[in-house]
Write a protein that binds this ligand. Structure first.
Ligand SMILES: [Zn+2]
Length: 430
């Protein structure tokens, strides 16, 4: 065979290979899809007007703005060619519905504008808050009406592991701080939320209120487990008619009652008040306590279980003891003739335990105990504050409660704890 013949054959083979390769490529190319067919819908049949707060806005433009400082209704509407007469009629119609002086700075409003040769406002919707609004109609008729957006209650659940504080954990999770407070309230007696442990974890089922898909608050925690220092605390929400409360699995109230008074057989010599004439200082000043007059030496008892945070002498308070009951409640007892033995910061006291004896030490005239009460850091009137109830589930309600709690427990069990983070630190306030 001559060289030229070999070249010709080789060339043919090469052509075959290339052609075969091209066919292979073509076959493996993704199929080009036909361009989606444009279906023309019957625009008349499927026509749905766009309704915004009861107003057809098909031919209107919606402009969102915020109330500026010292801005009146007329300042907003006049540039949109609403006549003085119409504004006056709006103010008449608003009477008894909405006080026009109550347009608040930075509150949002929407203007519904018809763009003709001149833009003309046909309506204005002013939003007081997340729910309530007022509509000013300037279309065919001039009138004002108020309305409220629908609140949707949705059951939600969440779980978390404490790294630093409950509030930090909850905010890291992008949840409402209201949930922190609610959860701390539910377990106020079981868990000291100022002293959580890293690795403490919780699961909670709660009802959230939503307006237009946005959370506006938590209406109730329905059930929760809070594992604190390795111990599981359960809370089940239950309404047994007389009180709505949280109970453990055995139907015991999570809340422990306080004794109403720190001494027995006494009389109230001075009540809590914003202003009273001080018998020793001889001037008017607030009295943020309740005085119980009693003979010197009468035992003073702790109104609830707790931990002593102070047991000492003070120039004004005399001998006094201060007890922290949980992250919400703290009580203090002043003017003792003597502090009971063993009382020092860190001492655990039981409800009713004697912590000292009535006297008149410090700035006091006559033997009495001045009883002071703090709730969430604020001094309140111990005799007026609504004390937490400790009523257990009633016998006749027990069967129903057990059923409700079992269902809630099943729901809690269905939630998985998150994977624990490695970084952890102790402490942190709620
Ligand atoms: Zn007092």
């Amino acid at each position: 065979m001559r060289l030229s013949s070999k070249v010709v054959i080789a060339t043919f083979i090469l052509i075959f290979i290339l052609a075969g390769y091209q066919i292979w490529i073509d076959q493996n190319q993704p199929e080009s899809k036909p361009i989606a067919e444009v279906v023309l819908e019957d625009s008349v049949q499927n026509y749905e007007p766009v309704i915004f707060y009861g107003i057809n806005i098909d031919s209107l433009e919606v402009v969102r703005n915020k109330i500026k400082s010292k801005q009146h209704l007329s300042d907003i509407l006049t540039p949109y060619n609403v006549s003085k007469e119409d504004i006056y009629n709006l103010s008449l119609s608003a009477k008894g519905i909405f006080d026009l002086r109550k347009l608040r700075v930075n509150k949002p409003y929407d203007l519904l504008i018809k763009e003709d040769s001149l833009p003309q406002a046909k309506a204005m919707i002013y939003y007081h808050n997340d729910i309530d609004y007022v509509v000013f109609h300037m279309g065919d008729s001039i009138f004002v009406e108020k309305g409220a957006k629908e609140i949707v209650v949705k059951e939600q659940s969440t779980t978390g592991i404490i790294n630093s504080s409950l509030s930090a954990t909850i905010s890291e999770m992008g949840l409402s701080p209201i949930l922190t407070n609610e959860l701390a309230d539910v377990f106020a007696w079981q868990i000291d939320f100022f002293r959580l442990y890293p690795g403490d974890r919780f699961k909670v089922i709660y009802e959230e209120q939503l307006v237009e898909g946005k959370s506006i608050g938590i209406s109730a925690i329905k059930a929760a487990i809070f594992e604190h220092n390795g111990y599981e605390n359960f809370a089940y929400f239950y309404n047994q008619g007389t009180s709505i409360d949280y109970f453990d699995e055995e139907g015991k109230s999570l809340r422990k009652a306080f004794l109403k008074y720190p001494v027995q057989f006494s009389r109230i010599s001075s009540r809590y008040s914003g202003s009273r004439y001080h018998p020793v200082q001889k001037r008017y000043k607030a009295h943020r306590g309740t005085d119980f007059a009693a003979p010197r030496g009468t035992p003073i008892r702790s109104v609830g279980e707790g931990t002593v945070v102070a047991a000492q002498y003070g120039k004004y308070n005399g001998n006094y003891v201060k007890i922290r009951h949980n992250s919400i409640y703290t009580t203090q007892y002043l003017h003792m003739s003597k502090i009971a033995s063993g009382m020092k910061p860190g001492t655990h006291v039981k409800q009713g335990q004697t912590i000292g004896y009535v006297g008149a030490t410090g700035l006091a005239r006559g033997n009495h105990v001045c009883y002071r009460f703090w709730k969430s850091g604020y001094q309140v009137d111990a005799l007026k504050v609504k004390l937490p109830s400790s009523e257990p589930i009633k016998e006749e309600m027990m069967e129903d409660f057990v059923h409700v709690a079992a269902n809630l427990k099943e729901q809690l069990n269905a939630i998985s704890y998150p994977i624990q983070k490695t970084t952890a630190s102790i402490g942190g306030a709620k």
